[in-house]
Every structure is written in structure tokens, then in C-alpha cells.
Design a binder for this molecule. Structure first.
Ligand code: TYD
Ligand code: MG
Length: 455
């Protein structure tokens, strides 16, 4: 019997079709006497869509000559982060904590896009009336804006196929479900499958697509993390809920630099773009307190003055606490070790808290020196009087030069900061020298006791 078992029904869809039925169009990888689909006989014949065509190399010069057309979003801060607009077929993952304003940003962006085709917003979490309410609040009535409230990936793909929008927003990808995959929406398998299909549709139809994803409190694109490799651009949206400041940054960009940031303020009328952040992230009142210092961070070509705060308190536990917010914990731990070893500060019996004011994430390595100074200032209860600092601190306690010295200097001058401590200062001898320049580092040993000798 076994020789009669037909192999036809298990023919894989993905096989490259070399033969096609002239009656119903069904494709097969090999010639057959009858069509397994419509059962017509003698209708299967060779086609030209052989694998060789798909794999043909092209000349780089030709590819270079082809100009990349970008669709501007029309919001300066968003276009800046994207590298000048959306490249058709690009898939952009937008991550952020719940409530940060992703849906607001996406709706405003969708409404400001002027394209020669529609813009489709797919809402998987909110109902149509909810989206309409938000649009009314934001004063949005864009003509070319289409809204679809659906969670089924096939329906979404079908709508994209039918309307062929220039730009599509999926808010959020975690609520999209693929009916033929087990598990509930948002599970790793569902997420992968839904994203795969939507990415496929976007690439095939040349639709620039935003996939919105929620991240966990610690800023990790928990579920959507697994999608990062599959998308072209990864953006994160974060900020300080209390002050209304929001920051859009790119973590990956196949079509531009990853150093750009976009700044917004959340107001009652939606997100307002901030073109000159100035001292927006600085709290004049806290600057006079010990443990605070200014840091001109640079993102791309853009300086952004932020405030770094540290609190050092005698610990009541055998394992002192180290808490870091808005900075890389490993960097801060290294700075603490350098302070202990090369500047004689005794921190091993102290709890140390370090944070960036404004809820922002700083990844500029030049933050080492301001962290060191803020920690020493808190330990010695000596205010730094609104000084600014920047520089990378290495393991030997030396301060290394960082890029954009002139930009940082220009920004702190512009904003009226009179004292700057950085590697460009003449005669500055390492981190211990920087402490001495601000009147710190002298009382540390006597206050907390000497560093215990190594056993
Ligand atoms: P939302 O865009 O729904 O956040 P996400 O999609 O990231 O979960 O916005 C959340 C918050 O923004 C909400 O608490 C209300 C506030 N908001 C404003 O302050 N002003 C506005 O104009 C809008 C639309 C929202
Ligand atoms: Mg939302």
C-alpha cells in the first residue's frame, strides 16, 4: 500500500514554485500529470519563477544610484530620531512603559504624516470610540487617517493589503493574535508569529510600519526584546511622568544614526516638541544641596544638560545598598571602586544612591566624573554650587577626554554655569585632583575611617 500514499498533500508552501496549473494557478515544485488542487489533468506546466531569479546579484553602483525616498513624519523631533523620516517598508519598534504616551505619540505622528497614500492606525487595546475621543482631545481630523480596531493578525494584514497605506501603526503588537498559533496574545510564540507576518506584509507592500510594544519598569523591552533583531529601527520612549518631559531615542537604526534624541513635553493638549531643552532638566532649588551636579550629556550633536544626584548614607546592613537610576549600574559601581581606591573615599560602609533627575536614561560615558563628584559631595555634605562636570574615569583614577568637549563647554556657558570640571582643565590630576579642585576629598578619610587593609 505504501507506494500509493500520495506525497502531494504535504507539498510545502514555501517550496519555490517551478510549475503552475494553468487552470487554477496552483504552484508545485515538480511536474505532475494532474493538478492536486483542481484535479484537472495535463494542466501543470513549467513557470519562470525559479529560485535562480530571486538570488540574482545586482551591481552595488546601481543600488547606490537608487535614491532612498523617505516619508517625513512632519514632527521635527520624530524625524530627527528616525534619521530624516520613514523609509518605505521599514519596521520601527517603539517601546516604552505603560502610560508614558506611546499611543498619543503615534496618533499625533500618524496625523502629521502627509503621504500620497493613507495612514492606517490599528488599535488593538483601545476601542474606536476611545481613539476618537483622544483624537478630538488632540484636535486631530486628518483626512487620510484610517483607524481599525482589531487584534487578529490576518484581518490586520488583509486591511493593509486592501488599503495599501503608506504608513501603518500597530498599537500594540502585544495584543495582536495569530489564530493558528497556540497561547494567548503577547506570549513569545504569538509575538514572534504576529510580528513576522506584519513585517512580511510591510516589506512586501512597502509600508512603513510602527510596532508599539510595552516595556517593563526597568526599561527592558521584555517581550518585544525578541523582535529587536527582526525590525529595522528600535526606538524607546521614556521620561519623567511628573515633569511631563519625554525623550525619544533610537537604540538601533538601519537607516540612520542611533545617537539622536527627540524631546517632548506632555501637556493637556498632547505632546509638544521641545526644540531647545536648555535647563529644562535642571532643578535650580536642589542644585544648592550637597550631592548634586550638572552634566552636559551629548546625544548625536545635541547637548542636553541634566542633573545628577547622589546620596551617601551610613549603612545599617552588612551589605550596603547600591541603587542606580537612569545610569548603567556597572559604570557607577566602577566609579565607586575608583573613588575608594584612588581618592581615599571610604564608601564600603555606606549605602549609595545615584540617579538622573528627570527620569531619563543617560548612556554617555562622560558621566563618570559628575557621578564621582556628586558621591563625594554627598559623603562630605559639601555642595558643589551648581558646577558642571564631564569626563570618563578609568580604572587607574585618571580622567579621559571624551568627544564633544567644545559642545559641552558651549552649552554650560550658554546656560550660565560658571564652574566646569573636565579633562580639558589644566593641571587636573585624575579623579583625586578633580575632587581637590572643588574642595572635596580632604575630609573623607577622617569622617568615615580609613580603608581597611587587604587581608
Ligand atoms: P498614552 O498615550 O495612552 O500612553 P501609552 O500608550 O504609552 O500607555 O498616554 C498616557 C498618559 O498621557 C495618560 O495618563 C494621559 C496623558 N495625556 C496627557 O497628559 N495629555 C494628552 O493630551 C493625552 C492624550 C494624554
Ligand atoms: Mg497605549
Amino acid at each position: 500500500m505504501s507506494h500509493l500514499v500520495p506525497t502531494l498533500p504535504i507539498m510545502r508552501q514555501s517550496a519555490k514554485a517551478a510549475y503552475r496549473c494553468t487552470e487554477c494557478g496552483h504552484a508545485t515544485a515538480r511536474w505532475m500529470g494532474f493538478c492536486p488542487q483542481c484535479r484537472a489533468t495535463g494542466t501543470v506546466s513549467a513557470t519562470i519563477d525559479t529560485p535562480a531569479v530571486a538570488g540574482s546579484p545586482v551591481r552595488l553602483a546601481e543600488a547606490l544610484a537608487e535614491e532612498v525616498r523617505r516619508i517625513p513624519v512632519g514632527m521635527r523631533e520624530v524625524d530627527r530620531v528616525l534619521g530624516g523620516g520613514l523609509v518605505p517598508g521599514t519596521v520601527v519598534l517603539v517601546g516604552g512603559e505603560p502610560g508614558v504616551g506611546k499611543s498619543t505619540l503615534m496618533l499625533q505622528a500618524a496625523a502629521s504624516i502627509v503621504a500620497d497614500a493613507d495612514v492606517l492606525v490599528v488599535t488593538t487595546e483601545e476601542s474606536l470610540p476611545q481613539v476618537a475621543l483622544r483624537a478630538r482631545r488632540l484636535g486631530i481630523d486628518a483626512e487620510n487617517l484610517l483607524v481599525l480596531a482589531d487584534t487578529d493578525v490576518e484581518c490586520i494584514a488583509g486591511a493593509a493589503e486592501m488599503r495599501r497605506p503608506a504608513v501603518m501603526v500597530i498599537d500594540s503588537i502585544q495584543m495582536v493574535a495569530a489564530g493558528d498559533v497556540g497561547g494567548s496574545a503577547g506570549s513569545p510564540a504569538q509575538l514572534r508569529e504576529s510580528a513576522d507576518r506584519l513585517i512580511g506584509v510591510s516589506k512586501r507592500l512597502g509600508i512603513a510600519t510602527f510596532l508599539v510594544g510595552h516595556v517593563t519598569k526597568d526599561g527592558i523591552l521584555a517581550g518585544p526584546k525578541q523582535l529587536e533583531h527582526a525590525v529595522d529601527v528600535v526606538l524607546s520612549f521614556d521620561g519623567d511622568a511628573e515633569r511631563g518631559l519625554r525623550l525619544l531615542r533610537s537604540l538601533k537604526n538601519r537607516h540612520g544614526s542611533t545617537h539622536q534624541i527627540g524631546l517632548f513635553e506632555m501637556t493637556d493638549d498632547g505632546l509638544v516638541e521641545v526644540n531647545d531643552p536648555g535647563a529644562l532638566l535642571v532643578d535650580e532649588v536642589t542644585l544648592s544641596a550637597p550631592g548634586t551636579i550638572l552634566f552636559p550629556a551629548v546625544h548625536g550633536r545635541r547637548p542636553l544638560l541634566v542633573e545628577i544626584q547622589a546620596l551617601v548614607a551610613r549603612s545599617t546592613t552588612p551589605q550596603p545598598r547600591r541603587s542606580v537610576k537612569g545610569l548603567e549600574a556597572a559604570r557607577v559601581h566602577q566609579v565607586l571602586a575608583v573613588l575608594e581606591r584612588h581618592a581615599g573615599l571610604s564608601l564600603h560602609q555606606c549605602d549609595v544612591y545615584v540617579s538622573v533627575v528627570g527620569g531619563l536614561q543617560v548612556r554617555d560615558p562622560a558621566v563618570d566624573l559628575p557621578v564621582a563628584l556628586a558621591v563625594a559631595s554627598s559623603l562630605e555634605e559639601t555642595p558643589l554650587g551648581g558646577a558642571a562636570a564631564w569626563g570618563e574615569v578609568d580604572l587607574t583614577g585618571q580622567i579621559r577626554a571624551v568627544p564633544h568637549d567644545d559642545r559641552r563647554l558651549a552649552e554650560v556657558h550658554r546656560l550660565g554655569v560658571s564652574l566646569s570640571i573636565h579633562s580639558g582643565n589644566e593641571g587636573l590630576d585624575g579623579v583625586a585632583g578633580a575632587l581637590a579642585a572643588t574642595g572635596l576629598g580632604r575630609r573623607s578619610r577622617s569622617r568615615v575611617g580609613p580603608v581597611p587593609a587587604a587581608v
